[in-house]
Design a protein around this ligand. Structure first.
Ligand code: AMP
Length: 220
């Protein structure tokens, strides 16, 4: 595909927590010039800034529960309407249930976006627990590190902006297990929803991220 066509790509990234959606969405958005829209990042930023949205979302995010659809869908649609997203985007963390998928399809139909693709990253529970257990996030730029897989150069400091790293409250083991059950119940049916539409491109995300990225770029 031509670079200009790639820049107009509309992608939805699905997969369980810990499959590497955030890392891959960041790489894909940089490679392909797409707006990276991560609902988790937007919510965590709102929580840090203690905005109205942040105040409403905090207890859901901390407990690994889904934030109410109305709040999240409105937030995503507002973001998709910005000029950079009109030139191509990658949605990371949305939709998370059938209602969100249907509302997104309604918005896409209204915009005439019939050619969007869905990337499904699948990973085993063993990989997920190992990845999320050691994950560290930058407080400022949200860059992701891992105590053993991607250790920061300086202890607990971001390689890029030198801010402090922290462990997400919802990456604690019992909350991870709860998030996996939310995924199985609410989000897995979304994979089937898109499979019925013939849109799914599936990748084995147990492998190293650079291998998965290369395969995704070839597949697109
Ligand atoms: P993530 O960074 O994608 O793992 O998301 C972290 C948390 O943000 C989730 O566990 C939810 O509490 C919330 N969240 C992110 N995306 C959504 C969504 N599409 N719908 C509802 N809640 C969401």
């Amino acid at each position: 595909m031509e670079k200009t066509q790639m820049a107009m790509l509309k992608l939805v990234l699905l997969g369980p927590p810990g499959a590497g959606k955030g890392t891959q969405a960041k790489s894909l958005s940089e490679e392909l010039g797409l707006a990276h829209i991560s609902t988790g990042d937007i919510l965590r930023q709102a929580i840090q800034q203690d905005s109205e949205l942040g105040k409403e979302a905090k207890r859901y995010v901390d407990n690994g529960e889904l934030v109410p659809d109305g709040l999240v869908t409105k937030m995503v649609i507002e973001r998709l309407e910005r000029p950079d997203a009109k030139r191509g985007f990658i949605l990371d963390g949305f939709p998370r249930n059938i209602k969100q998928a249907q509302d997104l399809d309604g918005f896409f139909a209204q915009e005439g976006y019939s050619d969007y693709k869905v990337i499904y990253l699948d990973a085993t529970e063993k990989t997920i627990i190992q990845r999320l257990g050691g994950r560290m996030i930058c407080k400022k730029c949200q860059a992701v590190f891992h105590l053993t897989n991607i250790p920061p150069k300086e202890d607990s400091r971001c390689d890029f902006c030198k801010s402090e790293l922290y462990q997400r409250q919802d990456d604690r083991e019992e909350t991870v297990r709860y998030r996996l059950s939310v995924y199985a119940q609410a989000t897995k049916p979304v994979v089937e929803y898109y499979a019925r539409q013939g849109r799914i491109m599936e990748f084995d995300a147990d492998r190293e991220s650079s291998v998965v990225l290369k395969e995704m770029l070839q597949g697109l």
